[in-house]
Design a protein around this ligand. Sequence first.
Ligand code: SF4
Ligand code: SF4
Length: 198
Amino acid sequence: MPPVPGSGLAKGLAVTLRTMTRKSVTEQYPDVQPDLAPRTRGVIGLFEENCTVCMLCARECPDWCIYIDSHKETVPAAAPGGRERSRNVLDRFAIDFSLCMYCGICIEVCPFDALFWSPEFEYAETDIRELTHERDKLREWMWTVPAPPALDPAAEEPKELGAARKTADKLAAEAAQAAEAAEQQAAEQQDTKAEGDA
Ligand code: SF4
Ligand code: SF4
């Protein structure tokens, strides 16, 4: 049967009318910022204090886009008679985001929690070389990393928290002891002075 003249136009108008009444799914970026999930894979932040230069992230990165340089330093023995130790000192840590495929493997494999996802994504560049972010830039991203979700109140305390609390208690006890000793010394000095004056 030949098509009824004007039926195509009527169908087109029907589609237009139907979609006109639906809610728009587009976002007016950059006038309106997108509502991103907190763990969005935007960019990687480096908390370099936690990095031991173990090189795991660079070795596991499928794109070989993590560049790390370091040197060794000798640390004196902690106690008399102890052995000197050597430790790695970070000289360079960079990620080339023009190669990165945002797989997250580096973050997953880091045994020391030195790498984190930040939802920031506005770092497009006109020069591709600018997409290699050096350690200072990676540290800046760190401050945009959202706080982790709250712990389940029924969960066991993580061992890191227990260890951190033990260290904090030890430091507080040492500080209190030092303050007490200083107070005692000051009192003794005052007594000696008073005796001298008498
Ligand atoms: S997210 Fe994946 S590709 Fe990007 S630096 Fe990490 S391991 Fe490499
Ligand atoms: S895996 Fe973690 S600790 Fe090891 S080099 Fe990479 S960021 Fe540093």
